[in-house]
Design a protein around this ligand. Structure first.
Ligand code: GSH
Length: 205
């Protein structure tokens, strides 16, 4: 599998999941500094101009972090990255949909205002709002998503790499982590995992 990624982005959730699954992968860095994600070559791989994109063995390119994480779980069933219990699995996906559709989008308002507006004053307004929306998301996450050591309590699942990456942005988004000791402990716990250590060693975090 070939993974198109950029350091410290949501694509690193996929690296963490691949490591947890014990699956081999070929990481290809997309250079955001030079805007490579909007180059003709990269748009031919992922027309959305975003990372992650995962090219699987038959050549198919998959996109959307949640879909990639689900695919990885199917390729390593022995790793138990998705719970068998349908209610727990639905709860896990509920968190992942929240992360992708709300919390990640709140974060994107800091630097990517051009997706939604054209005026500099609109960008400034969106950037200024991020500490507030991400604080609200952090509160929602701790109070309603994090059931214990991991999202599902004792069991690590694919919701965790997804949540870990987005929680790792909170500090830079102006959220006072001192108000969220549960998230601080969660980040510290995740940092100890071999999968996260591997991403750090590869300069991805
Ligand atoms: N919904 C997508 C979002 C992917 C996304 O927005 N990735 C960001 C990095 S965190 C990106 O590639 N941004 C590049 C850009 O906006 O130019 C997913 O969850 O995979």
């Amino acid at each position: 599998m070939r993974l198109y990624y950029a350091p410290r982005t949501i694509s690193i959730a996929v690296v963490i999941a691949l490591e947890e699954a014990g699956l081999p992968y070929d990481p290809v860095q997309v250079d955001f500094q030079s805007g490579e994600q909007t180059s003709e070559t990269y748009l031919a791989i992922n027309p959305k101009g975003r990372v992650p994109a995962l090219q699987v063995s038959d050549g198919t390119v998959l996109t959307e972090t949640g879909a990639l994480l689900e695919y990885i779980a199917t390729q390593a069933p022995e790793a138990g990255l998705v719970p068998d219990d349908p209610i727990k699995a639905a709860q896990m996906r509920s968190v992942m949909y929240y992360l992708a559709a709300t919390m990640h989008v709140n974060h994107a308002h800091k630097m990517r205002g051009h997706r939604w507006a054209d005026q500099q004053s609109s960008f400034d307004d969106m950037t200024a709002k991020v500490p507030q929306t991400m604080t609200a998301s952090a509160r929602y996450f701790t109070e309603n998503c994090l059931q214990g050591d991991y999202v599902l309590g004792d069991a690590f699942s694919i919701a965790d790499p997804h949540a870990y990456m987005i929680c790792s942005w909170l500090d830079g988004d102006g959220v006072d982590l001192g108000n969220f000791p549960g998230i601080q402990a969660y980040l510290a716990r995740m940092n100890e995992r071999a999968s996260v250590q591997s991403a750090i060693a590869q300069g991805m975090l």
